[in-house]
Design a protein around this ligand. Structure first.
Ligand code: BES
Ligand code: MN
Ligand code: MN
Length: 480
């Protein structure tokens, strides 16, 4: 039972309307990590809820309570639960996506306003959230719209879970997922999960994804003086917080990517020959990483080592320093309080519970060695465990068949370097297979400037999501 040709035709015929709707979604700056934009995340939830209802989804907005961000208490944006169908003869598929986005300012280096979707003549749809993750969510909406407008039943029962805090650690969502997975909950009876919130490995080969890295995100704060000081007046008289912070931050990782915190890299087994062969087979080259990074900066010349660096090893990145002088000119200040932000991407068997104590002990010991009179504080801002799925499951098989049908290509099977912490929560609390089915390409620039989704990925990706549901229904006919 492949997807009906009318569905594929409908998607082509309505492409411009779909793109316009993507423009409406991008125009709402739903930045979850910016307290001043919280109202826009709520507005985005309401917009999406309206769209879902219009295509026949029964929905509920769930209040997730409050949280503290940057020392402010804020209401969490609501999550959206949804359902269509309850036919015991059909499989029940849960789809997940996030409608919040990363911050973006034109001044970061965007060529155009990040919250106005620009349709470039080369087919790029440029705007914050186009690829991560509004485009994929709208892909599902497009699929549902076909069924609604043409009075066609879906080939599966559908359940939805959309959230507005993913870019900020999915706060509040784990408990909701666990609760709704119980008998009588919205996700009771779910047979498999499909998440479209990642990217192809390159720009030419569709992918199915069976792994994500976990994450532990840290904030290291050094303070001392009661206020910012003049470096001419206080320089060499007092312990400077920036000096201590830079010293500590320089001891986390070396420039070859090795993590210097004892015990962290050591937790991960070296790859076997067979495992290296998996990476050897992937359609990727050093030129791909350098093209998508926008610079000739690959650490290794080996494709396999490069891919393993992202997919099967942990990594530590230094993100920024809060409180440091960062304005124009040459201010001669000694900042009073500075916080370094860094995170570690985790792979099995690492977990936040295993890694965080190692980080805290190491930094505490290293700080003690400095003999500084400043104050030291290390916090973990958020975390998530790594996830790996069974690629031999019918959920992956259906997606493979759908990919062949839409793209006439065999998909790459990938593990991702990024994190979607709720993935593992779905897998564990429902006890079912989870598939990541990406829409965008490796060079979409999620979190970066000029984020884009190619028109063809949006349109073919919509066909892929729909076709996947049909292939899933076909392949599971008669299966328990
Ligand atoms: N869509 C990404 C996850 C992702 C990133 C998948 C790269 C594949 C490749 C997601 O929106 C994201 O950015 N997640 C955060 C999670 C964090 C805030 C807990 C991430 O990976 O930094
Ligand atoms: Mn995402
Ligand atoms: Mn993201």
């Amino acid at each position: 039972m492949p997807a009906p040709p009318e569905f594929l035709q409908f998607v082509d015929n309505n492409a411009d309307k779909f793109i316009k709707r993507l423009g409406d979604a991008v125009a709402i700056p739903s930045i979850s990590g910016d307290a001043s934009r919280r109202g826009d995340v709520v507005k985005m939830a309401e917009w999406l809820n309206g769209q879902l209802k219009a295509v026949g989804v029964e929905t509920q907005l769930v209040d997730l309570g409050k949280h503290v961000m940057d020392d402010q208490e804020l209401n969490l944006p609501p999550a959206i639960l949804g359902r269509i169908g309850n036919d015991p003869k059909k499989k029940t598929v849960l789809i997940y996506g996030h409608f919040d986005v990363q911050p973006a300012n034109k001044s970061d280096g965007w060529d155009t306003d990040p919250f106005t979707l620009v349709i470039h003549e080369d087919g790029r749809l440029i705007g914050r959230g186009s690829s991560d993750d509004k485009g994929p969510i709208l892909g599902w909406l497009n699929v549902l719209q076909y069924h609604r407008e043409n009075k066609k039943e879906l080939p599966v029962n559908l359940r939805c879970c959309f959230e507005g805090m993913e870019e900020n650690g999915s706060e509040g969502l784990d408990d909701l997922v666990k609760k709704e997975s119980q008998p009588g909950g919205w996700f009771d009876g779910v047979d498999c999960v499909c998440i479209s919130d990642n990217y192809w490995l390159n720009n030419r080969t569709p992918a199915l994804t069976y792994g994500l890295r976990g994450l532990s995100y840290f904030k290291l704060t050094i303070s001392g003086p009661g206020r910012d000081l003049h470096s001419g007046v206080f320089g060499r008289m007092v312990h400077e917080p920036m000096t201590d912070l830079i010293t500590l931050m320089s001891k986390l990782v070396d420039n070859q990517g090795n993590i210097l915190i004892p015990g962290v890299d050591e937790m991960v087994e070296p790859p076997t020959i067979n495992e290296r062969a998996i990476y050897e087979r992937l359609d990727y080259s050093i030129a791909d990483v350098e093209q998508s990074a926008g610079g000739q900066i690959a650490i290794s010349d080996s494709k396999v080592d490069t891919l393993m660096g992202r997919m099967r090893y942990p990594s530590l990145s230094i993100h920024g320093i809060e409180g440091a002088f960062s304005g124009v000119g040459a201010k001669t200040v000694i900042p009073a309080k500075v916080s370094g932000k860094f995170s570690i991407r985790l792979v099995p068997p690492q977990t936040p519970e295993l890694v965080e104590p190692l980080v805290e002990k190491y930094l505490t010991d290293e700080f003690a060695k400095l003999n500084s009179k400043n104050k030291f504080r290390i916090e973990c801002l958020h975390n998530g465990r790594p996830w790996l799925a069974d690629i031999n499951h019918w959920n992956f098989e259906a997606a493979k068949i759908a990919t062949r049908a839409v793209y006439q290509q065999e998909p790459d099977l990938t593990r991702e370097g990024g994190s979607i912490p709720v993935t593992l929560t779905f897998a564990e609390s429902l006890g079912v297979n989870v598939l990541l089915l990406p829409m965008g390409r490796g060079d979409d620039g999620a979190h970066s400037t000029n984020e884009k989704l190619d028109r063809s990925n949006f349109i073919q990706g919509t066909k892929l999501l729909g076709t996947y549901l049909y292939e899933l229904a076909a392949i599971t006919q008669g299966k328990q």
